[in-house]
Every structure is written in C-alpha cells, then in structure tokens.
Design a protein around this ligand. Structure first.
Ligand SMILES: CC(=O)[C@@H](O)[C@H](O)COP(=O)(O)O
Ligand SMILES: NCC(=O)COP(=O)(O)O
Length: 249
C-alpha cells in the first residue's frame, strides 16, 4: 500500500474574508479547528509583512489552541524571525514576499540569498523550529538547500497549476518532470519534501503521486470550495483526491 501524504490546510483566506469587513468573522482559528476535525494533519498560515490576511494575534491563538502542528509561512526578515522565536511554531516555511504581488509568485532565491538565509535557518533550527524553504522545483538548487542545512523544502507548484489551468499538455508534462526530479534530488540529500501552491482536487493527483512528497499545503482552493461544500466537506474532498492520486488512481 502507498504511504500517505499529510495535508496541511492553509487558512489565510478565511482571514481575507474577515478583513474585507473588519471585525472578527469568519474566524480563521475556528476554521482551523474545523479543518482538523475533517482530517487536516496540520495548519498553515502566512503572516505577511503587510498583514493583508493573517495577523499576529491569529498566529498566537493558533499556536495556543491547535492540537496539530502549526506551519508558519514567513519572509526571511528580522521582525518575522523574532515573531517565530516568540511563538515557536512546529515549522517555519521561509517564503519570498513582494508587497505588490497578488500571491507568492515564485520560490525563494536560495542561491543569491544564501548568506542572508544561513544564519536565519540556523537560529530558527536552534530554537527547535523545523525550517522549510519554499523554492522552485529546480533540482540544481537542492545542493544549496542541503548546504543551508534545511531539513525540509516545499516545492512551489504554481507553474504546474497554471499549466493545468491552461490545458497545455506539454507544459504539464514539463512541470511535472521538474517536480519529480527536484523531489528526487532533495531526497538524495535527505531533505524532506513538501509541495504546494495553486493545488486543487483536479490537479493534486500527480503531485501526490510523487513518492518523495510527504506533505501538501493547500489553502485557496479549499477555502473557496468551502462556499459550496462547507469547510469540512472541502477538506474531505481534498483528502480523497490526494489519497486517490497517491494510490495511482
Ligand atoms: C506561500 C504560499 O504559497 C501561501 O502563502 C499561499 O499562497 C497563501 O498566501 P497568499 O495567497 O497571500 O500568497
Ligand atoms: N505553501 C502553499 C500554501 O500554503 C497554500 O497555497 P494555496 O493553496 O493557497 O495556493
């Protein structure tokens, strides 16, 4: 039987809806509890520097209340590192951030950013936080990830998701091959492999089938589907799609 893949549910966009009106409804922490009740293995939240969705108090409450691991996505900047060290989430995923972007457009440039990232990875790791690098699925940079002593990489699946949305078979095949090769190279360096961004029940199968991938972090689609299925139904539907993909269905 194929091993299972953990599902981390990203609840950022519950906060996006809350923030559209101010106030405290819908509460992303309540959403996190509902996701866990439906089978989420972990909760992911991205504390953006502009606080456009998740806010500091959400992170504090998630850490205090969650019965599952919290994966804090954050820019590799001093003030974010201070928050991570004060919060001590299970994991911290270092992501690139551009203030003007609509969403995280690409992976962290760990080659150009090596000297900046090295002490941050070390400091978070010393505090017992499992550090993950959100990077492009590029096998050539896994040696750098290993040199940074990062225990985990999360492969950015955005280009793959866009290829699927465009219905471009050649691009889909190319992006899947990049993901497969990057995952295999990461495993060669004993780096745990996660993946995420832009995943849906329709496109998650081939990513879940990559044997080295042990965790998927999925948010926007699940929160959107919750409008139609309820959050618990949306999480269950995603779990079923992941399991079918892993089983080779
Ligand atoms: C890093 C990443 O992929 C997630 O943070 C996700 O994209 C949700 O946050 P945004 O939609 O704000 O990028
Ligand atoms: N790291 C990816 C993530 O947390 C969720 O991305 P998305 O599903 O909201 O695109």
């Amino acid at each position: 039987m194929a091993s299972t893949v953990r599902l981390g549910v990203n609840i950022d966009h519950v906060a996006t809806i809350r923030n559209a009106r101010g106030g405290d409804h819908p509460d992303p922490v309540r959403a996190a509890h509902a996701a866990v009740a439906a089978g989420a293995d972990g909760i992911t939240a991205h504390l953006r520097e502009d606080r456009r969705h998740i806010r500091d108090e959400d992170i504090a409450r998630l850490k205090a209340e969650l019965p599952v691991p919290l994966n804090l996505e954050m820019a590799a900047e001093e003030d974010m590192v201070a928050i991570a060290l004060a919060t001590l989430p299970h994991a911290a995923c270092l992501v690139p951030e551009k203030r003007e972007e609509r969403t995280t457009e690409g992976g962290l440039d760990i080659v150009a950013g090596f000297a900046h990232l090295r002490p941050i990875v070390a400091e978070l790791s010393r505090a017992g936080i499992r550090v993950s690098l959100f990077i492009e699925p590029d096998e050539a940079i896994m040696e750098t990830a290993a040199a940074l002593l990062a225990p985990v990489v999360e492969l950015h699946t955005g280009a793959y998701a866009e290829a699927v949305a465009a219905g471009d078979g050649a691009r889909i095949a190319h992006e899947l091959e990049r993901l497969r090769k990057a995952a295999a190279r990461a495993a060669h360096y004993n780096i745990e492999v996660h993946a995420g961004h832009g995943l849906t029940t329709a496109n998650v199968g081939p990513v879940a089938a990559i044997p080295q991938v042990v965790e998927l972090n999925i948010g926007h689609y699940i929160i959107g589907e919750a409008v139609f299925l309820g959050l618990e139904g949306a999480v269950r539907a995603m779990r079923a799609a992941i399991e079918a993909g892993r089983a080779g269905a």
